[in-house]
Design a protein around this ligand. Structure first.
Ligand code: AOF
Ligand code: ZN
Length: 332
């Protein structure tokens, strides 16, 4: 029996939850009998049943003593919005569980495994922990650091330019590089973040455009740090799936309508807007993370951000040490 093959399969399933699970982890699970997958499921969305529960509830026949349940994250043993997975695993008579990584959530961490072992279940793992951790780096970051995982993406020419001398946009990257960054950067983060300056000069769409149409997913949130509500209301980015972060009204030097675009436009275009206090000239990080990781209405929160610029925004993140990974795309 090759455990790694089946954990791989769990990871593929888990990814289908990207952009839907909010601040929860992406989790996939398969049930294996005689080396063959006989059932599979993934965590389909925030507040919805967990992968293992979905899988076990879909099984009609009885569980056999040699059946093995695979899951890329340690099964939970706590009551959250959904009941503990360990309960249904035990109740259904599963005797073998293989997991990919421990759950960093302190309510679970190791206790899920313990509960299963206590019930006489043979538990094997971690299997492929690095790959499992890579997929759920956002969830891990949120659990451990209280903030999303942050990747900075830079693009510059070989001689170091990021725009034309007059500040107007410069095409830096090749089509191949663009395809790579859509598939490997934009599609693998919950949100893409830019500063207001980038929206004003470049008017970007910030959507995920994938060559393989089967992989198309447009659930990536677009965040604009727009303290002074200065982006034009007809910017391409003004639409559903965009969140504007504005200064609090009391921090504004001049009285003005707030947010600038007006509640009517926000509603008409389906844009979300939140106010975050400013401290020492930048948004207060803790308040920003709270807004981005607290589910509210239709927003389930995010756990990873791709910071696309511009230079001022990169600087603010770097100076504050709010950075986990940096990618440089160097054009001609
Ligand atoms: C699993 N399988 O598919 C997921 C797990 O509020 P709840 O009930 O959705 O619980 C969320 C927590 O449960 C989350 O923080 C993480 O610790 C675990 N997620 N566990 O066994 C799953 N999504
Ligand atoms: Zn669970």
């Amino acid at each position: 029996m090759n455990h790694a093959t089946f954990i791989h399969r769990c990871l593929l399933l888990a990814q289908q939850g990207r952009g839907k699970v909010g601040i929860n982890p992406m989790v996939g699970s398969v049930l294996v009998r005689n080396d063959e997958i006989i059932a599979q499921a993934h965590h389909e969305g925030f507040g919805l049943p967990h992968a293992e529960r979905s899988l076990l509830e879909s099984i009609e026949g009885s569980i056999k003593p040699d059946d093995v349940l695979y899951v890329n994250l340690e099964p939970c043993c706590h009551q959250g919005k959904t009941p503990p997975c360990t309960d249904i695993i035990i109740k259904k008579g599963i005797k073998h569980v293989v997991y990919g990584m421990k759950d960093p959530n302190l309510e679970v961490l190791g206790k899920g495994i313990e509960a299963l072992r206590k019930a006489g279940i043979d538990v094997v793992g971690p299997v492929l922990p690095e790959l499992c951790q890579r997929l759920n780096r956002g969830f891990i970051s949120l659990q451990k650091n209280g903030r999303p995982y942050i990747t900075l993406k830079h693009a510059q020419t070989r001689s170091g330019e990021i725009s034309k001398p007059d500040g107007s946009p410069l095409k830096i990257t090749s089509q191949e590089q663009d395809e790579w960054s859509h598939s490997y950067l934009r599609a693998r983060h919950d949100a893409i973040l830019v500063g207001a300056g980038t929206v004003i000069t470049d008017d970007p769409q910030l959507t995920v455009r994938l060559k393989n149409k089967n992989l198309e997913q447009s659930l990536t949130l677009r965040i604009v740090l727009d303290p002074n509500s200065s982006i034009p209301k007809d910017a391409q980015i003004m639409g559903e799936g965009t969140l504007l972060i504005n200064k609090e009204k009391k921090d504004c030097d001049q009285p003005r309508e707030h947010p600038f675009v007006g509640a009517d436009v926000i509603q008409e275009k389906g844009v979300m807007a939140e106010e975050v206090p400013v401290k020492n000239g930048v948004f207060d990080w803790e308040s920003l993370w709270k807004v981005l990781t607290t589910p509210k209405d239709n927003f389930n929160g995010i756990t990873s951000i791709l910071v696309e610029g511009g230079a001022k925004t990169w600087d603010v993140f770097k100076k504050a040490g709010m950075i986990d990974e940096e990618v440089w795309l160097v054009g001609k």
